[in-house]
Write a protein that binds this ligand. Structure first.
Ligand code: ZN
Ligand code: ZN
Length: 78
């Protein structure tokens, strides 16, 4: 029970810093999918290592294309 209602304003600062972080990760990975090397349909995936408590740093994020990204999530479920 956190008492946070649906009318809570979106965390704008959070989404801005997330966007900056996302771009930082994309730049670090040279705007390429780190699995297949594709340079289109890029997304950033949170690796969320349990040992690192899944924190929101760029070390915990990786650039993937949509295809590899959905594959990663599918193998997570397996
Ligand atoms: Zn890929
Ligand atoms: Zn993901």
């Amino acid at each position: 029970m956190r008492g946070v209602g649906p009318k809570t304003a979106p965390l704008r600062l959070d989404s801005i810093s997330y966007e900056a972080l996302r771009r930082q990760v994309l730049r670090r990975d040279s705007w390429r999918c780190q699995l297949c090397g594709s340079m289109s349909n890029l997304e950033v995936h949170h690796k969320q290592f349990r040992s690192h408590s899944g924190d929101d740093s760029e070390l915990n994020m990786i650039t993937l294309c949509t295809a590899c990204h959905s594959q990663t999530h599918r193998s997570d479920l397996a």
